[in-house]
Structures are given as C-alpha cells and as structure tokens.
Design a protein around this ligand. Structure first.
Ligand code: AMP
Length: 118
C-alpha cells in the first residue's frame, strides 16, 4: 500500500507552496485547473488534509468523503456550465490508470464531446 507523502504535489498546492488556478474552495475541498488539461475544461478536486492516497486505499469509513466529493464535483460542473452538455468524473488508481499523484482526487472533464473512456 502506498503511504501518504506529505510533500506530494497536491499537498504542496494545499499549502500554497505551488500556485494553482483554483475554481472552488470550501472547508473540506479545493478544486483547481489541471496543469495539463485533457479536455477544454479539466479540473481536479481534492480533499484538504491527508486523505487516502487513492481509491485502493479507501476504507468503509471513507464512504461519506467520497459521496461528498462526487456531490461537490456536480456543484463545480454546474458552476463551470458543464451540466447541460455533460461531463466526466474520473478517479485514477495505480499504474495502468496513470495515477501520478497519491492524494486522492477526482478529475472533472468536459467542454467537448469526450471520446471513449479508455
Ligand atoms: P492522476 O494522473 O490521476 O494522478 O492526476 C494527476 C493530475 O495532476 C494530472 O492530470 C496532472 O496534469 C495534474 N497536475 C500535476 N501537477 C499539477 C499542478 N502543479 N497543477 C495542476 N495540476 C497538476
């Protein structure tokens, strides 16, 4: 199991050690534009603090956190005017999914007709 690295990129963004283009903040989450966007709108939503490293690290007790992440992503999608045309929510886990940052995060993608999931 990957252990949480307190110096991972998203932890550093949370501490404002690395700049980010934030589109949303609340006491539990922040969301910012992905530095290498895969779609015209590509936002990454992350919990504050030291959350699980990714989906594989989740425990039953994290169910409310994940529920709130998805509901918050829905709210951000509406804020960014993606709700009418549609959008995609993605959690990556591990090497085959291309996970590069081990601080759980939810990608919000939209702004064009997206291709197949993989
Ligand atoms: P994943 O591949 O699921 O681990 O997603 C990590 C995402 O973080 C990738 O899409 C990266 O482009 C994005 N990313 C990495 N560094 C930054 C940064 N400094 N600001 C914004 N997004 C970043």
């Amino acid at each position: 199991m990957t252990t949480y690295d307190p110096d991972n990129i998203f932890a550093r963004i949370l501490r404002d050690e690395i700049p980010s283009d934030r589109v949303y903040e609340d006491p539990e989450f922040i969301a910012f534009r992905d530095i290498t966007p895969s779609a015209p709108t590509h936002v990454v939503l992350i919990p504050r603090g030291q959350p699980p490293t990714g989906p594989a690290a989740l425990e039953d007790s994290d169910a409310p956190l994940i529920g709130r992440m998805i509901l918050t992503a829905k709210q951000i999608a509406t804020q960014l005017d993606l709700d009418e045309a549609g959008y995609r929510l993605v959690f990556n886990n591990g090497p085959d999914a291309g996970q590069t940052v081990f601080h759980i995060h939810l990608h919000i993608l939209g702004g064009k007709q997206l291709g197949p999931v993989a």
